[in-house]
Design a protein around this ligand. Structure first.
Ligand SMILES: Cc1cc2nc3c(=O)[nH]c(=O)nc-3n(C[C@H](O)[C@H](O)[C@H](O)COP(=O)(O)OP(=O)(O)OC[C@H]3O[C@@H](n4cnc5c(N)ncnc54)[C@H](O)[C@@H]3O)c2cc1C
Length: 463
């Protein structure tokens, strides 16, 4: 058998380590670099890499039934919606079970990646965190990008006019009602209505904490419960033969039945149908609004010293503004001219491959509903089959056409927003991926299962 290509995996969050597992299973050589001293990325509270958005009270919104890895069941005694510390424990058990921990090179950052003329990747590493040199170079045949996409805070642009005398912070740095600021007795505005906004507003609005808490939002959203009819809401999934539009209609009816009209709680009426925007999940938010602890405001118009003026003309004295306004997708190790995701849009074949760069593989670069945790696990199995020659990609033009039709299917019905550039339905995605995998197996077989990416990098290291 020909020599298999050598892969570099950037990052040991769940996308990175589930990729490592799939490569290990196929005997594909790899290095996995993690800039922190721990695995788990976002789910490592207080992660020394400064990239985790975990707050002390965070419980995952995806149920344990949907987030568990196909290859490693989640403990039976876990609650339906585990705490972030339990998610991290589960990740650590995964690594130990599959003997992956010793494969991770910790405290080592990938600082730059160049594509060489022969298609290999020149990877520059900063190993100083591990006591090594601050500039070291390695060459690889394949690059797996697993650096996550919930760590670079997105702020409102353009910034609101005027000067604000209080504190402004992003939800990314929120830890608890006492850190990084003491929120007790304060007048607080939370901007946004995504999942983090739901959690942070529900927590801070409790009477012993905030003096007043307003949520400012440009538009209304549907707030989905975590349970419907006593059952975990994301557990029920419809068969994939039902078209997505029909699934969405049925899901929308279920949401309406479960929570009714948002306006009846005093929330703004959404300007879209349920599931035409990324739904927000919270078991508490609607109750807090109903209790009057959370008060709604439209968007901020401008700042006037210690006052915030809203677009309806009202103004409030405010101490702290928390922007729960999402994240930018960034790859700091690429030259922006080579590759970037403008407005969070990076079209990819099956959300993993740019048709012109078949040895650059993006893992977990999606917003799958209901789970991102085990999403890369599915992608990685497919791509490992690709690297050993069991699967062959379609032609470039076919991949481009598939990207267009997939984007139409998954995001065509959403309102325009950077938040909606990478949405996929998890079940539908996996079902389609398996069909594509079967087709690619036939293509590969028809040409004698050649390796798509040749092992050239090792000779460079030796040179
Ligand atoms: C508040 C919050 C709640 C969430 N809730 C859910 C939920 O309920 N369900 C769900 O499925 N998802 C949820 N998510 C999404 C979350 O991002 C994913 O669950 C998961 O963390 C994605 O894993 P990842 O490996 O792709 O990225 P990350 O967890 O971000 O891991 C990326 C890793 O790459 C490393 N890295 C980055 N750059 C480099 C570099 N240059 N060199 C070396 N290493 C590098 C980082 O140190 C990190 O360890 C939530 C996100 C947030 C912010």
């Amino acid at each position: 058998m020909s020599k298999l290509p050598k892969a570099c995996i950037i990052g040991a969050g769940c996308s990175g380590f589930s990729t490592a597992k799939a490569l290990q299973d196929r005997g594909i050589p790899f290095d996995i670099f993690e800039l922190s001293d721990t695995v788990g990325g976002n789910w490592a509270y207080g992660n020394k890499n400064g990239m985790s958005a975990c707050y002390s009270s965070l419980h995952i919104d995806t149920s344990k039934y949907r987030m568990q890895f196909e290859d490693f069941p989640i403990p039976d005694d876990y609650p339906d919606f585990p705490h972030h510390s339990q998610v991290l424990d589960y990740f650590n058990s995964y690594l130990d079970h599959f003997g992956l921990r010793e494969k991770v090179t910790f405290n080592t950052a990938v600082t730059h990646v160049d594509r060489m003329d022969d298609g290999t990747w020149k990877v520059t590493l900063d190993r100083s965190g591990a006591g090594g040199p601050s500039q070291d170079v390695d060459y690889y045949d394949v690059l797996f990008v697993c650096n996550g996409h919930h760590w670079s805070p997105r702020w409102p642009t353009p910034a609101f006019e005027g000067d604000f005398e209080g504190i402004q912070m992003h939800a990314h740095s929120y830890l608890s009602p006492f850190e990084p600021h003491d929120f007790r007795g304060k007048n607080i505005v939370v901007v946004g209505m995504g999942n983090s906004a739901m959690d942070i507003a529900s927590e801070l609005s409790q009477k012993p904490i905030a003096k007043n808490l307003w949520v400012a939002a440009r538009r209304g959203v549907y707030v989905m419960p975590k349970y419907i009819g006593g059952q975990v809401a994301d557990k029920a999934s419809l068969p994939t033969w039902i078209p997505l539009w029909a699934q969405r209609k049925l899901a929308a009816m279920a949401i309406k039945r479960a929570v009714g009209n948002m306006e009846d709680y005093g929330l703004p009426k959404p300007d879209h149908a349920p599931l035409e925007g990324h739904p927000s999940v919270s078991g508490e938010f609607l109750t807090r609004v109903g209790c009057g602890d959370i008060k709604m405001k439209p968007n901020i118009e401008r700042f006037e010293g210690n006052q915030v003026r809203f677009t309806d003309g009202t103004a409030e004295d405010v101490d702290i503004i928390v922007y729960a306004t999402g994240y930018n997708v960034e790859f700091p190790f690429f030259d922006p001219d080579f590759l970037s995701a403008k407005d969070n849009h990076l079209p990819l074949f099956k959300r993993a491959i740019r048709p012109d760069l078949p040895n650059l593989l993006f893992m977990g670069l999606a917003q799958p509903l209901p789970t991102l945790i085990n999403f890369a696990e599915q992608q990685a199995k497919w791509l490992a089959a690709y690297l050993v020659g069991e699967y062959a990609l379609p032609r470039e033009a076919e991949m481009e056409a598939a990207i267009t039709s997939d984007e139409k299917m998954y995001i065509g019905h959403f309102y325009e927003s950077p938040r909606h550039k990478m949405q996929v339905d998890f079940n539908r995605y996996v079902n389609d991926l398996k069909k594509e995998w079967k087709k690619g197996e036939k293509r590969a077989k028809a040409t004698g299962n050649p390796l798509p990416i040749l092992a050239k990098a090792a000779s460079k290291e030796a040179a």
